[in-house]
Design a protein around this ligand. Structure first.
Ligand code: COA
Length: 221
């Protein structure tokens, strides 16, 4: 009885709107996605696809209570026109912004964690592997938004997909830009910038410009 009451308390209006907007009735009624009251559902277009057994609260957006930002008021934003795929459990904390353009894809692996005040902006494709996490105030963005042309007038800074491997930890305040490829098992050190393909699994990468700080590492929560 108490369990049922606690469950029902978490099913707020935003959660109902989100689930019934994106899923067929049989899936929606299980509320696989929980949306906190602190999420601004700015655009709920496109599709949300779950490639995992459906269960309540598989994906949670706008929750958590770490004190580096005001977790009671800090607002997450969902502005989606394209496809968002969840391949399993995902926990996206308060203040995070998810922006996916029309025809773009954002793919989260299983057991994904994103800390507070991060932003992911997908204009083309961003794919994150399983058991990976992004720490607070990081930005992952596969587009520059504005065009830059060379002397012939040809634009050269097109969006490029970003691939983040399995078991990757992106530390706080990192910036991951278009064309970034982060190998499985790696750590990206705090305040680093990734603009291209990094090579070598199980390494710590860091700095700006980026360099390999340590190799043959293993990390866990
Ligand atoms: C990645 C990290 C875990 C590495 O820790 P570590 O292995 O103990 O690293 P060390 O302090 O031994 O530093 C090793 C080298 O990397 C350099 N380095 C470490 N962090 C760096 C960073 N963020 N940027 C650039 N260089 C860095 C050090 O200066 C040192 O360089 P040197 O070998 O030339 O002397 C740590 O630097 C880090 O980024 N921590 C932040 C974690 C975080 O964001 N937590 C938020 C909550 S999830």
């Amino acid at each position: 009885m108490i369990k049922a009451f606690k469950f029902l308390r978490r099913i707020n209006l935003k959660t109902i709107i989100f689930n019934f907007r994106y899923f067929p009735f049989k899936t929606a009624i299980k509320f696989p996605v929980l949306i906190s009251n602190n999420v601004f559902l700015h655009k709920t277009k496109g599709r949300v696809i779950i490639n995992a057994p459906i269960r309540t609260a598989l994906v949670q957006i706008g929750y958590g209570a770490i004190g580096i930002s005001d977790f009671k008021r800090s607002r997450a934003v969902w502005e989606v026109y394209g496809d968002v795929v969840f391949n399993g459990r995902a926990f996206i904390m308060h203040g995070c912004k998810i922006n996916v353009a029309e025809k773009a894809q954002l793919i989260f692996g299983d057991d994904f964690n994103m800390s507070t005040e991060c932003a992911i902006i997908a204009a083309k494709k961003i794919k994150i592997g399983n058991h990976s996490g992004i720490s607070w105030e990081s930005l992952v963005m596969d587009t520059d938004f504005h065009h830059i042309a060379d002397e012939t007038g040809e634009v050269f800074n097109h969006p490029k997909e970003i691939i983040i491997g399995d078991n990757v930890w992106i530390a706080c305040k990192c910036t991951i830009l278009k064309g970034a490829v982060i190998p499985s098992g790696s750590v990206v050190a705090a305040n680093s910038m990734v603009t291209k393909k990094l090579s070598g699994e199980n390494s710590i990468f860091g700095g700006n410009p980026m360099r390999v700080l340590k190799t043959d590492i293993k990390w866990w929560y």
